[in-house]
Design a protein around this ligand. Structure first.
Ligand SMILES: [Mg+2]
Length: 121
């Protein structure tokens, strides 16, 4: 199983970086058109980034409801919303190299022990 996952990482991660950057830019473009780009006051507020994080939480909660309701299409939409909110958060935090951080973290996780030394979930 671990070899299969490693192979998937090697095949898809190089291409996924560009896709992630394109998604982030597209989300920024749509936010600009929709009036959701942050104002100077937003950027100066200590609550701006925490509010953006709360919006990620809200999408995660919506996914939980989708699972509880056994609504597969809704689950997929909410997973997409989570990614969209995360890309938006990255843009608002001026993070444009998240694919590299994801790749590094995957590689770090791959080196962890089986079930992380006895964890059950
Ligand atoms: Mg949603």
């Amino acid at each position: 199983m671990k070899d299969k996952i490693t192979q998937i990482h090697k095949e898809y991660i190089p291409n996924s970086k560009q896709v992630f950057w394109e998604f982030q830019k597209e989300i920024e473009r749509i936010n600009q058109l929709s009036g959701w780009l942050p104002t100077e006051a937003d950027l100066e507020s200590k609550w701006f980034i925490p509010a953006k994080i709360a919006l990620v939480h809200s999408e995660v909660s919506e996914l939980l409801e989708g699972v509880r309701n056994k609504d597969h299409d809704n689950q997929l939409e909410e997973i997409a919303d989570i990614f969209i909110r995360l890309f938006d958060l990255c843009s608002n935090m001026k993070i444009y190299d998240i694919p590299i951080w994801i790749e590094n973290k995957i590689q770090k996780n791959e080196k962890r022990s089986f079930k992380h030394d006895g964890k059950t979930v």
